[in-house]
Design a protein around this ligand. Structure first.
Ligand SMILES: Nc1ncnc2c1ncn2[C@@H]1O[C@H](COP(=O)(O)OP(=O)(O)O)[C@@H](O)[C@H]1O
Ligand SMILES: [Mg+2]
Length: 305
């Protein structure tokens, strides 16, 4: 990615100007109730690199403070594979009531913990209000113990992905330069909405051939979104196509650990810094608490029954 030119710095200033106030909580946390700042990583289309990006960002956040990576992909969760750990259980067990969320926490080392997602549990991909409230309660149990929470979601507009995105402090939409990926990214933003009605969202263009290519993708999504939704997502940044990514996936070691000098790893390192500049000043809402509170009261009661 090379050095970071002035327009990136200006972008960041613009990001903060746009989103600084949007990242304030709807509810002010009680004094002493420190909760993790949360980012929810989503995409319209599958295979855009959400898990690769989440896995490395979580590793980089963990160097700064305790970080929890939650694999919110309840259909084909594979975040644990990318971290090289074998989890004893998954969110499916918490939903089934056989394990508490705290029992699912898998240490990955160096300040990073993981809660694994579902695997082959097709029924979990579309959750109802009761299940979402149960997940929210489980996350609320954990989020006081971490500085950052990274939610790696399944692709598309499943109920759980939308609920996670609405509960997080920030939504990171990952797209590639493929026309279908950027069309689906826009479709997801359309369903989620943007501030003031929807969550604060930013775009990451993965596997981009160049900065110009990434900017062109952002420009396309931004102009359609501004026209039909009244505003568009800010461009957080981009990550180049890099064979080191595939190699790190195959070795089950996050890219930033395995090949920190690779172009994609350097881009992710800068993206982590940029993301923290947006997240750190915000008062965390508590994604778990917000998820639990966001469902209707009858569902929340049923979840705890
Ligand atoms: N920047 C990149 N350069 C090269 N290959 C990449 C890059 N990002 C992702 N990939 C490839 O795409 C695959 C799918 O990525 P993944 O993060 O699992 O997607 P998602 O979670 O969005 O479904 C990875 O296994 C890797 O082979
Ligand atoms: Mg994934």
């Amino acid at each position: 990615m090379g050095s970071f030119p002035m327009h990136r710095i200006l972008d960041l200033a613009r990001l903060r100007a746009r989103h600084g106030t949007e990242l304030q909580p709807r509810q002010v946390p009680r004094p002493g109730a420190v909760r993790a700042r949360s980012v929810c990583v989503v995409s319209g289309k599958g295979g855009t690199g959400k898990s690769v990006v989440s896995g490395s960002l979580a590793r980089l956040f963990a160097r700064v403070g305790p970080t929890l990576l939650v694999d919110g992909d309840l259909g084909v969760g594979n975040a644990h594979i990318l971290q090289g750990v074998t989890p004893r259980g998954s969110l499916g067990d918490q939903l089934a009531g056989t394990r508490r969320m705290a029992e699912l926490v898998e240490p990955c080392g160096h300040g990073l913990d993981l809660v694994a997602g579902g695997s082959g549990l097709a029924g979990l991909a579309n959750l109802g209000a009761v299940e979402l409230a149960r997940l929210g309660d489980g996350l609320a149990e954990l989020e006081r113990d971490y500085r950052y929470l990274v939610l790696d979601c399944g692709a598309g507009i499943s109920a759980s992905t939308l609920a996670f995105a609405r509960a997080a402090d920030l939504v990171l939409v990952v797209t590639t330069t493929d026309l279908t990926a950027l069309t689906d990214a826009y479709a997801l933003l359309k369903v989620l909405g943007l501030p003031p009605r929807g969550p604060a969202a930013q775009l990451l263009v993965n596997r981009a051939p160049s900065e110009a290519g990434a900017r062109a993708v952002h420009e396309r999504i931004d102009s359609v979104a501004r026209r039909f939704l009244g505003r568009g997502p800010a461009l957080l940044g981009w990550c180049p196509e890099d064979p080191a990514v595939v190699e790190s996936v195959n070795h089950r070691v996050p890219l930033v650990e395995r090949s920190p000098g690779a172009p994609a790893a350097q881009a992710l390192a800068q993206l982590a810094v940029d993301l923290r500049e947006v997240l750190d000043p915000c008062h965390p809402r508590g994604a778990g608490r917000t998820l639990a509170a966001g469902t209707d009261p009858r569902a929340a009661k049923a979840a705890r029954a």
